[in-house]
Design a protein around this ligand. Sequence first.
Ligand SMILES: [Ca+2]
Length: 408
Amino acid sequence: MHTEQVTQSHLLSKITSTEQLSGLSVLKDMKQIILSGIVLLAMLACNRPASQKQNSNLAEEKTASDTTLSCCSNLPSRFASGNVAGVDSLNSSTADLSGMVLINGARFWMGGDSIWGRPDEFPRHQVEVSSFYIDVQEVTNKQFKAFADATGYITTAEKKPDWEELKLQVPPGTPRPSDDVLVAASLVFTPPNRPVSLDNASVWWAWVPGANWKHPEGPKSNLTGKDDYPVVHVSWEDAMAYCRWAGKRLPTEAEWEFAARGGQLAAIYPWGTELITKGKQKANAWDGKFPNKNTGKDGFVGAAPVGQFAPNPYGLYDMAGNAWEWVSDWYTADYYQECMNRGVVVNPQGPAKSLDPDEPFALKKVVRGGSFLCNDDYCSGFRIGARMKTSWDTGLNHTGFRCAVSVK
Ligand SMILES: [Ca+2]
């Protein structure tokens, strides 16, 4: 089973080895890898404090007892300084619960539910969640525009990365990228025209200057006709900023999974157990051979307007496919084992610190639900139990979010 998200350490090693061998711009493919690496670095570093030690402290602060709201209150200074509206001004007194459904809390089995499960989805463990509200649909461009217009908020991808911050996140001695690379940009899926190994996601992700939520495929693209598409190219903090403004929060990973399950004890997918390739179209996923051939059989080669496929039993749309969705939890590979060791865990908030063994320097949050790039040959991200991790400053053109609200 491969993972879908491109990873920092892999790209960093490419950057370093490329520099050692032949400089930063000799080979086109390697340049793309470099660019992809830089965008991840940018997203990682833009809000990094001045030292790794400080990063650890930040991670601890951001998982205080009332996780999601305390995360908002502890957003780094750069977040506020980079926007017309500071963090405090993003407060909203009351959440609008229209477009949300009440999920009645209960105890359930969380985690890997099929032979497709990756190691970090196990062991299955018992979790109890309290009742909460969750958005029926992914947050759309229209909704995010209302937020940006009201606050002047500038997303991570719209800001020029700062090498002084970036270099703190890479091995000592990593060469400074050229100025034409260190520009506001974001990662855009750029399919190769030939079959490629699925081991290197940097082949199909490109660092595209000018790509951001308003220009999802790059500077020549726009949102015309896409009001109802999920907003993408949002970093975790961008998603948190929106949630805070709306008087909401991101769901925890446990809440998200419980909501996706829709009360179906034996379901593997939000629609049940049938393979995504069987029967009627179930979600906006990848049809064909990933990443070079997409037949668009489900009606959409890229993102789709929200709510195009049948909802799950709780009335939630796109809990599988379309866009990956940020949740509030930090990522560790062994968090489920930690939970199981504690017995029944009530309202788990995620680990205290992020640690991805593959990329220990990166602060990563969990994303859920899969995207229009998922199929069973690749990430199978549309499984209820599927989890992915992404550095929290990362935005991609297949990652968005939905909001939740606690029941008072
Ligand atoms: Ca599709």
